[in-house]
Write a protein that binds this ligand. Structure first.
Ligand SMILES: [Zn+2]
Length: 116
């Protein structure tokens, strides 16, 4: 069997490759996390729209403007929406929009809301 002396990588080459991979990961990670949070926020906004539409449909069909509960609006939703970031949906008054405890757009301009 023939032995290949001197083939393979030196320690310096391996260290350079590992450091380049580390630098690329350090550059890409913040962009990944930001895109992930943006995706969660968009999904959460869609959930809030669905909940608000269900609240309004319930109000029209029930002929009431009283506060609603999950059980009231579940027939108007295909599935139970949940915030992908673990927030909780609040505000069960018919005429004011639902909001998420994690993506509280009402007082955060980053989420399309406004300063109080
Ligand atoms: Zn949320």
């Amino acid at each position: 069997m023939k032995k290949c002396a001197g083939s393979g990588f030196t320690m310096i080459e391996i260290l350079i490759v590992v450091s380049v991979i580390g630098m690329l990961a350090a550059i890409a990670t913040p962009y990944y996390l930001k895109a992930r949070e943006r995706s969660h926020r968009t999904s959460c906004m869609r959930n809030m729209q669905k909940i608000q539409q269900a609240k309004e449909l319930y109000a029209i069909n029930a002929g009431t403007k009283a506060n609603v509960t999950w059980s009231d609006i579940l027939p108007y939703l295909r599935n139970l929406p949940s915030c992908p970031s673990g927030g909780e949906y609040k505000n069960w008054e018919i005429e004011t929009p639902v909001y998420c405890t994690h993506h509280d757009w009402r007082n955060n301009p980053d989420y399309g809301g406004f300063e109080p």
